[in-house]
Write a protein that binds this ligand. Sequence first.
Ligand code: NAD
Length: 481
Amino acid sequence: MTDAATLYIDGKWTGAADGATFDVLDPSTDVAFGAASAGGAADARAALDAANAAFPAWSRTTAYERSEILVRAHRLLGERAEELAQLMTREQGKPIRMARAEVKYAGDFLLWFAEEAKRVYGMTIPSARADQRFTVLRQPVGVVAAITPWNYPISMITRKVAPAIAAGCTTVLKPAEQTPLCAVAVFEILHEAGLPAGVANLVTAEDPAPVSDVWLNSHEVRKLTFTGSTEVGMMLASRAAASMKRVSMELGGHAPFLIFDDADIEHAAKGAALVRFLNTGQACICPNRIYVQRPHVEAFTEAFTARAAKLKVGAGTTDGVTIGPLIDGAAMAKMQRQVDDAVAKGARVTTGGTAVRPDGLTGQNFFAPTVLADVTPDMLIYREETFGPIAAIVGFDDEADAIAMANDTRYGLASYVYTNDLKRSIRVTEALRFGMIGLNDINPTSAAAPFGGVGESGTGREGGSTGIDEYLDIKLIGTAL
Ligand code: NAD
């Protein structure tokens, strides 16, 4: 790859057809540290042609051949883990320890799907007719278009590309405009791992629409897999319906975190703080509403605030930093808007509440870890995804109350329950309308487990034993003897 030749099409690195490029910024300084090709419609078309041409041969490779490539990619990613983590922190801003954890998580998908490739079993079904046999095959859907976000810029790519490769699909992928270089690093690994030309193609772009337009308008793309905001996901899914593409949508969340009076309040405060401020609050599974049973609200707020106040804000590469920069100025403005709105409607700020300037940094994207107490349903933060380091605490009286309030959202991705009462844990987890629940646990995620949401948090599951199904069609053969 030469500088700003960041499109990977048909096995070759190239620049945009019109030569356009765009700057890649370090969010902790707002200074450009690299450049990427600004792919457009012509590049999207070239990538699609390559994926389309590669599909017939690729879909006929054996699962063992595909698996071997993924195993090699996993090894290469492991060898480059530190380099990738440093790049991710630079481009996306997350503290280096979290970047290292994400690289490991990204690698897990390569290995998981290398194994799953070999388990794409079919079925035989008894027929009511003695002279008939039913056989079911699972076959690759065809060309897959993938669109990924900036907040987990490497793992959100492997979580899509690895199952597509394993299933025998070919792919065209557009990463977020904020993090094109992480995507380039992943595709360099796939190339070196021996992935044949055209099987996975990368189009970096500053403006996503011309690229996605080509893919959405094409009948050749049979599947759209998207991770990003609910707003964009719903728009893309409705357009994908015009040519009846299959869709997987991993969208936004507004996770409730329920802490019952029988829970260990200190333990809950620790867990809630870790996951609320995960990735500087920029994770789709971050809790947006922390519900605490009365009369423990004050004790919890105090313990939680003490933890939030101790977090260290700064550049992700600095030792001990736990809160990096937000991705951009728009995210900063959203934080202040949510805080100001909540305060105007009666919330108390127990720590933070404003932008900060950590020592020596020119960047303007640092927001203090913030805790809002006395949050009520009329506040913006109660319904709008925050995607930043602000915690909202709400009191509740009883179990029925807690369940009703937790479910009072159009989202349905992650949720959390802290209780030591076995029967209550069963009642509550069964009643919550969310795709994932952490029960006394803050990390219900793994390459081996199904990740995804219900409601406006999306459809489809990534990872787990069903993750590969998203890339396979079912074919029935009824045979007369
Ligand atoms: P986003 O929707 O703005 O962008 C996501 C991707 O969509 C990017 O590649 C972007 O370029 C592209 N995009 C934006 N507008 C488009 C358009 N008009 N046409 C085609 N493509 C377009 O989201 P984001 O800010 O990058 O990511 C944050 C969101 O992602 C949050 O809502 C978060 O909850 C969600 N997310 C969900 C999961 C999950 O697995 N459910 C994981 C990570 C992030």
